[in-house]
Design a binder for this molecule. Structure first.
Ligand SMILES: [Zn+2]
Length: 278
């Protein structure tokens, strides 16, 4: 399969500075290193980046599902522009994100196309602490889902609105790994991919007024991708009580204490570990 056009988008969330800096500061490095690829770098949400906010009017990385609706928010218009760029010709889309949770070096697949699985499994072989999350997106709300070929990168933990060496260099390492795979694709893309598929969201405990009544337990903070089976204690209430939950299968939490998910009171997501033969 020949797919040489690659769109690299950073700053889709304006307060995630790592991706924004990668697309503005590292273009020449990658263009020179991968001359057989046609690389296009895009600053996803320049207005939100200028204001150091996740978005100005609506989340750009959720706006794509509503493209047919009449809306004139900045993000809606930006989503249409980015969608038009993606639709110009077949391309692989890489959307760069960071998280306040302890995900380490992570890539997220929404489509299990062979090429996506091949690139993902090659990355986990090349980078020993890189993991793959499967997040099917049937409504195509994510930017990276606008092409069948592509993935999101999530690196953390890092606070919003700062640059930090580990996250920046980890993102560059993953991006380099993806481009290296894409520039040397074999004719037959077969193999196996270990990944964590999102299974259920866990929300914060609430009081009778619907307000947050607990926080992430100190023993649970940072335990992303750590196996849970049976009883576990993810929360401590503001009155000091530990809150226990139970699972009847092996599950792995991700996005524990992600800052952007407080408005939905989403505390973390539980995943199943799987292997996909492709
Ligand atoms: Zn993001």
């Amino acid at each position: 399969m020949k797919l040489t056009r690659v769109l690299i988008i950073g700053g889709t969330h304006g307060n995630e500075w790592t991706g924004a800096r990668v697309v503005t500061q590292y273009q020449q490095r990658f263009i020179q290193k991968y001359p057989t690829l046609q690389l296009e770098f895009i600053l996803g949400n320049p207005k939100a980046f200028e204001q150091n906010r996740r978005f100005t009017e609506e989340d750009l990385n959720r706006a794509f599902q509503f493209l047919n609706e009449k809306s004139e928010t900045f993000e809606h218009k930006r989503a249409r522009e980015i969608k038009a760029r993606i639709d110009e010709s077949p391309c692989f889309v890489i959307d760069l994100h960071t998280t306040t949770s302890n995900l380490g070096k992570t890539i997220i697949l929404s489509h299990y196309e062979k090429i996506n699985c091949f690139v993902a499994s090659a990355l986990t072989e090349k980078i020993s602490d890189c993991r793959v999350i499967g997040s099917p997106d049937p409504q195509k709300k994510y930017l990276a889902s606008q092409s069948p070929f592509g993935m999101m990168i999530e690196v953390g933990p890092i606070p919003n609105g700062i640059l930090e060496a580990k996250a920046l260099e980890g993102t560059l390492e993953i991006l380099d790994g993806i481009l290296s795979s894409l520039s040397t694709l074999p004719e037959h893309l077969n193999g196996a991919m270990e990944y964590y598929e999102e299974a259920q969201d866990q929300h914060y405990p609430k009081n009778e007024k619907g307000e947050l009544s607990a926080y992430i337990h100190s023993e649970f903070q940072g335990k992303d991708f750590t196996k849970i089976f049976g009883d576990y204690t993810p929360f401590r209430s503001f009155s000091g009580t530990d809150i226990q939950l139970k699972t009847s299968e092996e599950l792995y939490p991700i996005f524990i204490n992600e800052a952007a998910y407080y408005p939905q009171q989403l505390a973390f997501t539980l995943c199943r570990k799987r292997i996909l033969q492709f």
